[in-house]
Design a protein around this ligand. Structure first.
Ligand SMILES: Cc1ncc(COP(=O)(O)O)c(C=O)c1O
Length: 449
């Protein structure tokens, strides 16, 4: 495997000042390649290698790195001296509200924050204020950020999932230390695609909200089964909880109104981030007026605080406006391009793996895809954790590096195409996969059988 001497030197130098040398510990991967530049579909590392990027920095780059129209909008904000004023409103934030509400017909208003985690945090708080209840439900395998409510029991190890007496044997399994154990009493973990478990929780606890990614895109691409999202909507109406779709990954990447628009199932609150601003840090909560107006309720006991020095900073706000305008152009030409590239990738991957005789499936939604080494499309986290050959996945990802293709170096991580990718890029990637698989599967010289 290749060496990355400059990257390793930078990492060890950084480790003097940053724990582990990497800011944001979920970015620490092996090999520890240090990138220094990206443009369109390509990234360059400090060793001088060039890669086709399918990581897209965990998803934001729907238009590709450094999209000219988005960067022009950002430059204009700076040239026009539209500083962060921190007092009153701005025309820009109003324009973002108008454009999001125009793109998502089932919402009346928005609030603007900086990150997906902040937005899911506020959405849950809003749901609790609206219902006067504290309990929430979240499916296993969904990621909604780093805060206490959603960082408990995220992707539970297999030896633990499925046990009825989990609470006694493993009282609390957060993905982070430092989360008070009390949270485990308020957060109830269910299986994705399992309506019955949601109903059981609703019968046991006064549920304020169910938060879910409509497609699980932090463990690859796990689709809702037909009727699942509709079933959640019905249960929300029956039991009076707030249905929150976390579209931080799916929103604006798959369609202007996110997966809610594609599925036709409308949540009470929806959260967007990532692709909404093509790499600039912004997140949006959107919903019906009666819920959103709790941010300004005259009744202080119902009013939800929303504050943040950098909320609706003009740079990411302008980037979001420009991104959505690009995505809306020519009746969604970008989405048509992404769908065509995604389909080409899927068909090509399936053909390669069929020829290899490897048990594998390709899960895909538009520009987002994931190759699972298992014999069926997964339906939930247990299925992925129990059946996917993560070791083979890891080897393929590592092997692709030497062919100039960057999939995030962790098994099961979803790949994302951007509008800057071309058919030729997809074909080059397919060739790289074919060669990598051939190298991985070739019989070891001298082996029997
Ligand atoms: C579905 C989902 N929700 C929320 C978040 C958190 O967003 P952020 O990292 O911007 O805080 C993420 C991040 O990966 C995500 O994928």
């Amino acid at each position: 495997m290749a060496n990355y001497p400059r990257s390793e030197a930078i990492l060890s130098r950084n480790a003097r000042f940053i724990p582990g040398g990497v800011v944001s510990t979920n970015r620490a991967v092996d090999p520890p390649i240090v990138f220094e530049k990206a443009e369109g579909a390509w990234m360059w590392d400090v060793e001088g290698n060039k890669y086709l990027d399918y990581h897209a920095a965990f998803g934001p780059y729907v238009l590709g790195h450094g999209d000219a129209s988005v960067n022009d909008a950002v430059r204009k904000v700076i040239d026009d001296k539209r500083s962060l004023f921190g007092s009153g409103t701005t025309e820009l934030e109003g324009r973002l509200g108008e454009i999001v509400c125009g793109a998502v017909p089932f919402v009346d208003s928005i609030q603007v924050l900086n990150t997906g985690s902040e937005a899911t945090y506020q959405a849950l708080r809003l749901a609790r204020a609206a219902t006067g209840r504290s309990h929430i439900i979240k499916p296993q395998g969904g990621y909604h950020g780093w805060h206490n409510d959603v960082a408990c029991n995220l992707m539970t190890p297999l030896e633990v999932v499925g046990k009825r007496r989990v609470a006694e044997e493993y009282p609390f399994l957060p993905i982070s230390a430092g989360i008070p154990e009390e949270h485990s009493r308020l957060v109830h973990i269910v299986n994705f695609n399992d309506l019955e478990s949601v109903e059981v929780m609703c019968q046991r606890y006064p549920i304020a909200a169910l938060i879910t990614e409509p497609i699980l895109q932090n463990i690859g691409v796990v689709h809702p089964l037909p009727g699942y999202l509709e079933g959640l909507r019905r249960l929300a109406d029956r039991y009076g909880f707030v249905l929150i779709f976390d579209e931080v990954k799916t929103g604006f990447r798959h369609a202007l109104g996110g997966y809610s628009a594609i599925s036709g199932v409308h949540p009470d609150l929806v959260v967007y981030g990532k692709a909404i601003a093509n790499g600039y840090p912004i997140a949006v909560i959107a919903g019906k007026r009666e819920l959103m107006d709790l941010f300004i309720s005259p009744d202080a006991s119902k009013r939800v605080l929303l504050a943040g020095t950098y909320n609706a900073h003009p740079v990411p706000t302008a980037a979001a406006i420009a991104t959505i305008e690009r995505l809306a152009e020519d009746d969604g030409a970008v989405y048509r391009h992404l769908e065509a590239l995604g389909a080409r990738m899927q068909v090509g991957l399936e053909e390669i793996l069929r020829k290899d005789g490897t048990a594998a499936v390709v899960a895909r939604q538009g520009s987002a895809f994931c190759l699972y080494f298992m014999d069926h499309l997964p339906v939930d986290w247990h299925d992925v954790a129990g059946n996917h050959d993560a070791a083979l996945d890891g080897r393929l990802r590592e092997m692709l590096l030497s062919h100039g293709v960057y999939f995030f170096q962790l098994p099961m991580k979803q790949c994302s195409l951007s509008a800057a990718h071309t058919e030729a890029d997809v074909d080059a990637t397919l060739l790289a996969v074919e060669r990598s698989m051939a190298a991985i599967l070739q019989p070891v010289a001298g082996s029997l059988s």
